[in-house]
Design a protein around this ligand. Structure first.
Ligand code: EPZ
Length: 416
């Protein structure tokens, strides 16, 4: 299943270009289903989740081509309304294909995506949102069957600002002659990106970035060419790796505004940030003196996807950090692995109390999920000695060539 072998203790110097955002690309792929014309997406990262989503689109009849960092998609003919069970289980984000297949051919079937490494991941908010639009939704024999011929738009109020449910409701509402208002919509930058992309295709959506979206259905959407935003979680992860090792990195194609909640927590005395001509230069000369406590929240709060990498940063900062995971119920699976490297962490339900230690020690650890796996690599980068991270397929779901990116700035990391 692949492993990383990391020799810790090396400072990082050089440049990192931030890859395209996984959690933006996936809904943009789904949006391509809404037009018969060609879509061209640039800055697409080579990731397992991206490859799996393309496979699902192919089963629906979408032609796709992936060359270098550019993906072409053409849904001129839809061959099926069913998202295959095997692939749907492989990739939770297939669930928002529901909205776009519905939008295109007024019916859709998807296998229940089920839980994953970090929690049960129910889709009740998705289903209620679609029903509020007038979609008939039936749950039968492990499948979700949607019939949207009487979809009438209207007012959708999400019980929680779910990212995926917001994306599904948008994708199901952009075609047709209905007006839809989505209240308590998610405000993540990836939602703003999806709205920008759909508007480039001729949609009429406003309110992006706020919790109220207004969608005026249009008859058709046309093809478009679009460059995907940088991945804010990947940026935050590599920024934290620098905070752990010390050194100086210039981040290219990174958007500081998307990681504001993280930047506000970093120790200003040890982490110096300056911006110049679209680049973000960061110098870290010393160990963080203190590590502010964090509670994960929907955007613009502290992102749950940076909880695990931040925990590693807290593990070797001075003082005590209280980390509360408010979004997913099972997102501390990296804790026992970090404890193997000497991290001092106590967990009570959704709260982790981290007491900083002077250093971590290399150990054999196992990735249990995507972001938890990244936190173990960060531990290896700053630990004394050798760290082996097993089951790195989890990490490959979201970080493109992580070992190459880190080696280029001086880390000693190899994939075996
Ligand atoms: C998206 O997941 C991201 N995935 C996640 O990133 C991210 O952690 C999450 O948003 C929160 O920001 C993609 O975009 C592909 P939610 P999503 O619906 O849409 C509960 C990563 O590491 N909920 O906002 O599934 C849910 O169980 C991944 O890149 C319901 O109860 O997130 C969770 O506790 C991990 N019912 C909370 O809401 C529902 O119908 C947030 O989920 C939907 C969600």
């Amino acid at each position: 299943m692949g492993k990383f072998v990391i020799e810790g203790g090396r400072q990082l110097y050089g440049e990192i270009k931030i890859q395209g955002a996984k959690n933006a690309v996936l809904p943009l792929f789904a949006a391509a289903v809404l037009t018969e014309e060609k879509i061209v997406l640039k800055n697409v990262p080579h990731l397992a989740d991206v490859e799996n989503m393309l496979k699902i689109l192919n089963t629906l009849g979408v032609e796709t081509k992936f060359e270098k960092d550019t993906v072409q998609l053409c849904a001129s003919v839809m061959r099926s309304d069913t998202i295959p069970c095997s692939l749907a289980k492989e990739l939770r984000s297939s669930v928002f294909l529901l909205g776009s297949v519905l939008g295109r051919i007024k019916r859709a079937r998807v296998a229940y995506p089920g839980g994953c490494d970090i929690g049960l991941r129910p889709i009740d908010i998705h289903i209620k949102g679609l029903r509020d639009l007038g979609v008939k939704v039936e749950e039968k024999e492990g499948f979700i069957l949607c019939e949207g011929s009487e979809c009438k738009g209207g007012n959708v109020c999400l019980d929680y600002p779910s990212v995926g449910a917001t994306e599904n409701v948008i994708l199901a509402s952009v075609l047709g002659n209905n007006k839809t208002i989505v209240q308590n919509a998610a405000r993540e930058p990836e939602i703003t990106e999806l709205v920008r992309f759909l508007n480039t295709m001729g949609a009429k959506i406003s309110g992006e970035g706020s919790s109220v979206l207004r969608i005026e259905g249009v008859e058709k959407l046309h093809g478009a060419e679009f460059t995907v935003m940088p991945d804010r979680i990947v940026f935050g992860t590599y920024l934290l790796s620098l905070c752990l090792t010390g050194g100086e990195i210039t981040f290219l194609y990174a958007k500081e505004g998307d990681v504001g909640a993280l930047l506000s927590k970093l120790d200003k005395n040890s982490c110096k940030i300056c911006r110049e001509h679209g680049k973000i230069n960061v110098i870290v000369k010393e160990r963080a003196k203190n590590c502010e406590s964090v509670t994960t929240q929907p955007y613009p709060g502290f992102p749950t996807d940076l909880q695990a990498p931040y925990m590693t940063y807290a593990a070797v900062s001075e003082g005590t950090c209280i980390l509360t995971e408010n979004i997913f119920e099972n997102r501390f699976r990296h804790v026992p692995e970090l404890q193997k490297t000497g991290a001092n962490i106590v967990v009570r339900d959704r709260v982790a109390i981290i007491s900083g230690v002077p250093y971590l020690t290399g150990a054999e650890v196992t990735a249990r999920d995507l972001r938890g796996g990244a936190s173990l690599v960060l531990a290896g980068l700053c630990a004394r000695g050798i760290t082996v991270v097993q089951d790195i397929y989890h990490i490959d779901r979201g970080y493109e060539n992580m070992e190459e990116t880190l080696s280029k700035v001086g880390a000693r990391i190899a994939r075996l």
